[in-house]
Design a protein around this ligand. Structure first.
Ligand code: NDP
Length: 284
């Protein structure tokens, strides 16, 4: 078997995470085992799921039946918006382990800060994640969709710096302020919707670079993220795309092309998903 080409990134707690993973948002539970098995077959060793995706059990099943050891696959999940209260978060975290049928998770995140819910108290939720790290059931802990002021509150009121902050980022939303805070404070950025769910792929700058370099638009965009140093986990249920999105380590973009893609940033108008300051969705 070919050596794994995926670089590891070292987190601020000393653990390592593969820079490229496989995301399973919006993969129906009935399709999840096949998609994750396909990804593991291609060589992905990092799966990004969440309680709110409703497919943790299927992710666990795919890993267990893949022939790989548990330790060979880095698994991330995230706390549902429904369970920010400390007592709820403790039970919900154990249900993630039970669904996945694992006795530890590699990385567990607060999915959204929900500053307009729970009296804006994501700090007490974070302190509960610290317990999971301390007892070893979460190897690393982090956050998702945290803006700079949210991160500043964690820094002021708690003693653990999140290992990662998973935020929307792609050529149309560079999210540079949040990324810069992460760089300055040892928080690795994970870029969600790295190809903006396909919306950036027809951009003329992307297609021109793709044609000239003999790569696909998705490969060009994903390579841009890799060279920025962020972690990515593109989602696909299409086997050819799952394989395509893995082929990022036998070419590189020069500085001019990197800068041209970075210049596509549209600021807030490039945001595709919800804004973390106002998103208040609670699952039923
Ligand atoms: P992506 O940017 O990964 O895009 C996925 C879409 O692009 C799908 O429709 C897929 O189609 C299509 N696609 C994938 N590869 C290619 C390709 N090579 N060429 C053309 N089209 C392609 O979007 P996601 O929103 O899924 O983001 C990725 C992951 O990030 C999620 O799965 C999840 O793990 C995470 N995420 C986290 C969030 C958070 O709040 N923390 C929010 C959103 C995402 P098809 O499947 O039909 O092949």
């Amino acid at each position: 078997m070919a050596t794994n080409p995926i670089p590891d990134i070292t987190l601020n707690d000393g653990n390592t995470i593969p820079q490229l993973g496989f995301g399973v948002f919006q993969i129906a539970p009935r399709d999840t085992v096949a998609a994750v098995r396909e990804a593991l077959g291609v060589g992905y060793r990092h799966i990004d799921t969440a309680q709110m995706y409703g497919n943790e059990a299927e992710v666990g099943q795919a890993i267990r039946t893949s022939g790989l050891e548990r330790e060979e696959v880095f698994v991330t999940s995230k706390l549902s918006n429904a369970f920010h209260r400390p007592e709820d978060a403790r039970g919900a975290f154990q249900s993630t382990l039970d669904e996945l049928k694992v006795n530890y998770i590699d990385l567990f995140l607060i999915h959204w800060p929900l500053p307009t819910r729970y009296d804006g108290d994501f700090v007490s939720t974070w302190k509960v994640l610290e317990e999971f790290k301390a007892d070893g059931r979460a190897r690393s802990i982090g956050v998702s969709n945290f803006q700079v002021p949210h991160l500043e509150r964690l820094a002021a009121e708690t003693s653990t710096v999140p290992a990662v902050n998973q935020v929307e980022a792609h050529p149309y939303l560079g999210n540079e302020q949040v990324r810069a805070y992460g760089r300055a404070h040892g928080i690795v950025t994970e870029a969600w919707s790295p190809i903006a769910q396909g919306k950036v792929l027809p951009d003329p700058v992307i297609t021109e670079i793709a044609e000239r370099s003999g790569r696909t638009p998705a490969q060009v965009v994903l390579r841009w993220h890799i060279q920025r140093g962020d972690i990515v986990f593109p989602k696909s249920v299409t086997p050819a795309r799952i394989a395509e999105n893995f082929q990022l380590f036998d070419f590189s973009l020069d500085e001019t092309d990197m800068d041209r893609i970075t210049a596509l940033d549209q600021g807030e108008s490039g945001r595709q998903g919800a804004h973390p300051d106002t998103f208040d969705y609670l699952p039923a």
